[in-house]
Write a protein that binds this ligand. Structure first.
Ligand SMILES: *[C@@H]1O[C@H](CO)[C@@H](O)[C@H](O)[C@H]1NC(C)=O
Ligand SMILES: *[C@@H]1O[C@H](CO)[C@@H](O)[C@H](O)[C@H]1NC(C)=O
Length: 479
């Protein structure tokens, strides 16, 4: 056996070289250097909690100006048919595991399948990403103050320390936007929101404006450190908007029906956009279907991995659709199944059943307010409008399932179930398929599972994943 012995002297000179290198690296950090390319793009995911579809000006709301967010969205790709789940916790687990909650929960409950639950960090870890997360995703309603600047400060530290020969995955979680703490909003923002006549909405608007400025600052740091040049930025909310008792108080899901916790469009149709100078066709609205499950395989592919190797995923790699306006591989969205309440979308059609009726809600503006406000300039087609259907049949899904063409009728005004019984039947079939799959995965034995994944290369990936799972010490990488 040959053993290499390093003499004391060599050790010394090696350490001198190391110190030299370290100093050099420190000097070179924080500036864009075209010779220092990460092997894969940096990926920055920004989660925005409690923000509604209509709380940004790029979707046409003239009430709350969001110039920084608009700039990124308008120069990137606005995901017009993007869905999360109706529930914050479910969305977080969907995003992290690439599994729909009906499958994720089952696999967590049954111990034997638990070993297939890898999350996005595991996948990025095998691609040798530097993984950082700042801010907490906290789905509970806590009384933590609104602290976007803390989050930005932490993100800044991470970005300034990043050596650009490594690929960075940074997740930035902005805090909840609850209108309960007016004292947390600097006067400056309240003054800017002074035209909003509803007190709680004014406070909420103040938070959004502060958040918008924080987002602008984040992009500025990304630019200054040169990271933006090789980065892909993904922005997502974690549910549709929240509907409180009073729609002047809370985020606005206009023009959709319902809010979080419901199976109406307002519950899961969410704010999402992507920015990168690598995007082939940007400055547009994308109509490709995207579900929050899709980020894991999509990000894994961007990180140089093979999205087909993602284990038991409900997600799909939707990058070609985002990047190049190709058709999205996704044809179906499962909004959720909760007892006899369920909704599914296939192509443009959505079937909703068991859910309680909710009325349409207007944009939260005071009477005549719109007349005094300048309409924001938006990318073509980014403001949704709902047609009037004078002869529309209403929808009470707790009495009878309803069918909508949500591409052209996103407000769920015109229930076409009566006219299209075959489509209702087809979608009911799809829904039942999902409903049984929730049980099916639960019952599958380990042997069956192994047969499904007998592909050798996949097994190798799994072994690598097992290894990385062991070496990943989260407490060390959390910031
Ligand atoms: C909707 O979101 C609000 C605010 O985050 C939360 O208080 C509420 O519990 C959520 N509702 C449901 C049904 O998830
Ligand atoms: C899903 O299946 C369960 C039984 O396994 C049933 O009770 C429930 O009503 C089904 N839901 C729908 C929406 O079909």
């Amino acid at each position: 056996m040959v053993v290499f012995k390093i003499s004391q002297k060599t050790k010394y000179s090696l350490s001198v070289i190391w110190i030299g290198l370290a100093t050099l690296t420190t000097f070179c950090l924080g500036v864009y250097n075209p010779n220092k390319k990460p092997p894969h793009p940096h990926i920055i995911v920004v989660t925005l909690r409690d923000m509604g579809w209509d709380d940004v000006s790029f979707h046409g709301n003239p009430e709350i100006p969001t110039p920084n967010i608009d700039r990124i969205a308008n120069h990137g790709v606005i995901l017009q048919q993007y869905y999360t789940t109706p529930n914050c916790e479910d969305s977080v687990s969907s995003y992290r595991t690439g599994k729909h909650p009906i499958h994720y929960k089952k696999s967590m409950e049954s111990g034997e399948n638990a070993r297939v639950t890898y999350d996005i960090w595991n996948y990025l870890d095998i691609q040798s990403y530097v993984i950082r997360e700042v801010g907490l995703i906290d789905c509970k309603d806590t009384d933590i103050p609104f602290y976007p600047w803390d989050v930005i400060q932490k993100a800044e530290n991470v970005l300034k320390q990043q050596d650009q020969i490594y690929s960075l995955f940074l997740q930035v979680n902005f805090p909840q936007l609850h209108a309960d703490y007016p004292e947390q909003i600097p006067d400056e923002y309240l003054t800017r929101a002074k035209n909003i006549p509803f007190e709680a909405r004014k406070i909420y608007a103040g938070m959004i404006m502060q958040l918008d400025r924080a987002v602008g600052h984040l992009v500025r740091i990304l630019y200054d450190t040169g990271i933006l040049h090789d980065a892909i930025l993904i922005f997502t909310t974690l549910t549709g908007g929240t509907k409180g008792n009073n729609f002047y108080t809370w985020p606005s899901t206009y023009p959709f029906r319902g809010g979080n916790g419901t199976l109406w469009e307002g519950g899961s149709r969410a704010l999402g956009f992507v920015y990168s100078n690598r995007i082939a066709r940007r400055g547009r609205v994308s109509y490709g279907l995207v579900h929050i499950n899709d980020w894991l395989p999509t990000i894994f592919r961007l990180a140089g991995g093979n999205p087909d190797h993602v284990v038991e995923s409900d997600g799909m790699d939707v990058w070609d659709s985002i990047n190049n306006d190709d058709y999205s591989p996704r044809m179906e969205i499962l909004y959720g199944i909760n007892g006899n309440k369920a909704a599914v979308r296939v192509g443009d059609f959505k079937l909703i059943t068991g859910e309680s009726y909710v009325p349409l809600s207007p944009r939260p503006l005071a009477k005549g307010e719109l007349d005094n406000l300048i309409k924001p300039i938006t990318v073509w087609d980014s403001e949704l409008e709902c047609a009037d259907y004078p002869d529309a049949i209403g929808c009470w899904p707790d009495i009878e399932p309803c069918l909508f063409n949500v591409r052209f009728d996103p407000c769920e005004r015109n229930n076409v179930a009566y006219y299209m019984p075959q489509t209702v039947e087809a979608l009911t079939y799809t829904l039942n398929k999902y409903n049984t799959s929730a049980v099916y995965r639960d019952k599958r034995s380990l042997e069956e599972w192994d047969n499904t994944y007998k592909d050798l290369s996949l097994k190798l990936t799994l072994i690598k994943l097992e290894k990385s799972r062991k070496t990943l010490d989260r407490s060390k990488i959390g910031v």
